[in-house]
Each structure stands twice: as structure tokens, then as C-alpha cells.
Design a protein around this ligand. Structure first.
Ligand SMILES: NC(=O)c1ccc[n+]([C@@H]2O[C@H](COP(=O)([O-])OP(=O)(O)OC[C@H]3O[C@@H](n4cnc5c(N)ncnc54)[C@H](OP(=O)(O)O)[C@@H]3O)[C@@H](O)[C@H]2O)c1
Length: 204
């Protein structure tokens, strides 16, 4: 049975984005801090149409994460930031289901990425993503509001956190407002490097 997994970069003090977030200021300007490890590796750079990149263990994890995903789900605020920042072709190369309360026609881009706008809730978005993903996993990409809903609804099998050794002091927290889920998570994998610690948890 394919998994539903969350994959997110986080600061040591628990933030996945800074303050004053907007499409003109994606992630509140903290992407270079939280995603420093990712920006360096070949698998991520290749998906951004950038040359070069390290081919180390961090790269293997980035590559594994791209390869296992057959479809993506994200919130409209994450989409709005990415729509300005992602290249064409965008990095997903798979269908992306965007949660929103505002209906919109699908947006097809190059390289296999089509954004579908889902206005009838997280369970419907997940069903559509699972149908699109087939034997592959569904990647819940963010942001915080979106991931929290999936966690609280018990729809997530696995959470992967790339913990960056940086203190942000303020911003958007992921691990709060989680009243609907077990308080104890099962540690599945811990892989450290100089730039990041990759944490993977299985949820019951
Ligand atoms: N560190 C990381 O790895 C990482 C990963 C992903 C994102 N981020 C950051 O996270 C931030 C965005 O997170 P966020 O919590 O502010 O917002 P978000 O989860 O990206 O988007 C929230 C929006 O999604 C729509 N939505 C969510 N659930 C819905 C539902 N059940 N039904 C209908 N619409 C729904 C609503 O859009 P409408 O207003 O259109 O109705 C809502 O305003 C960004 O700064 C992004 O860069 C960080």
C-alpha cells in the first residue's frame, strides 16, 4: 500500500517559514537557512534546471524523496509563493493538488506538472492524489496549515523532517495545533550530515 508522507524542512527551534511571508517574499526569506542542504545537492538542482550539485548522502535523500512521490498536495499559500518562484518545468513532474476555497481551472505546465485546484476538502484531495499516484506515494508538501489538517485527520503514514541547525527565533511553526494525533511518534530513521539531520517518523 503506498504511503502518504509529509516532507518538510524545519529550523532547530521548530519553524518551517519566517514571518512576513508572501509570494514576493517566499518562506519569509528563510529558505536559504532552512533549505541550505537541499540547494547544494544535485537532485534538487536538477529539478530546478540548475547545473551541478553535490552527489552525497543528502543528495540520495533528496532523490529518494522525489522518486517515491506520484502526486503532491499543497495549500494555496504555498502554491502562490511557488508559482512565482518555481521554474518551468516545475520541480514536481507529477500532478499537484492545491487546496483552496477558490475554484480555478487546472494549470498545466511543462514536464508533467499540472496543478489541480481542489475546493472540496482534504479527503477529496487525497483521494484524487492517490488515484493519480498509482503505486507511488502521495507527498504532502505544505504549508503548515495544510500539513496540520492531514496530521489531525490521521491521514499521514510518515513524517520526514529535514532539521537545519539554525535558530530562526520566530515564524511559522509546524508542530502545534495537533490535538487530533498521537503524542508519541515512532522514530524510523535518523541520518545526520554537516548541513542537516534527516528525521523520519512512522505514525500509527
Ligand atoms: N519549510 C518547508 O519545507 C516548507 C514546505 C512547504 C511550505 N512552506 C511554507 O509554508 C508557508 C505556507 O503555509 P501556510 O500554513 O501559511 O499555508 P498553506 O497551508 O500553504 O495554505 C493555506 C491555504 O490553503 C487553502 N486550504 C488549506 N486547507 C484547505 C481546506 N481544507 N479546504 C480549502 N482550502 C484549504 C486555503 O486557501 P484559500 O485561502 O485559497 O482558500 C488556505 O488559506 C509558506 O511560507 C511556504 O513557503 C515551508
Amino acid at each position: 500500500m503506498p504511503d502518504v508522507f509529509v516532507d518538510v524542512g524545519m529550523s532547530l527551534d521548530g519553524f518551517i517559514a519566517g514571518r512576513n511571508r508572501s509570494p514576493q517574499n517566499p518562506m519569509g526569506g528563510v529558505a536559504p537557512s532552512i533549505h541550505e542542504w537541499m540547494i547544494k545537492v544535485h537532485a534538487w538542482r536538477d529539478r530546478q534546471s540548475l547545473e551541478g550539485g553535490d552527489r552525497n548522502q543528502d543528495n540520495e535523500i533528496a532523490s529518494e524523496t522525489f522518486e517515491r512521490a506520484g502526486a503532491y498536495i499543497m495549500g494555496r499559500r504555498m502554491f502562490d509563493e511557488g508559482a512565482l518562484a518555481w521554474p518551468d518545468p516545475p520541480p514536481f513532474q507529477k500532478p499537484v493538488f492545491v487546496l483552496t476555497n477558490h475554484p480555478r481551472e487546472p494549470w498545466e505546465r511543462q514536464g508533467g506538472t499540472t496543478f489541480y485546484f481542489v475546493t472540496d476538502g482534504i479527503e477529496r484531495a487525497l483521494k484524487r492524489a492517490q488515484e493519480a499516484a498509482g503505486a507511488r506515494d502521495v507527498h504532502i508538501s505544505g504549508g503548515g496549515h495544510t500539513i496540520q489538517q492531514f496530521l489531525n485527520a490521521g491521514l499521514v503514514d510518515e513524517v520526514q523532517i529535514h532539521l537545519a541547525p539554525v535558530l530562526l527565533g520566530d515564524g511559522l511553526r509546524l508542530l502545534e495545533k495537533l490535538d487530533g494525533m498521537p503524542s508519541h511518534w515512532s522514530t524510523d530513521r535518523v541520518i545526520p550530515s554537516d548541513d542537516v539531520t534527516h528525521l523520519r517518523y512512522r505514525l500509527a
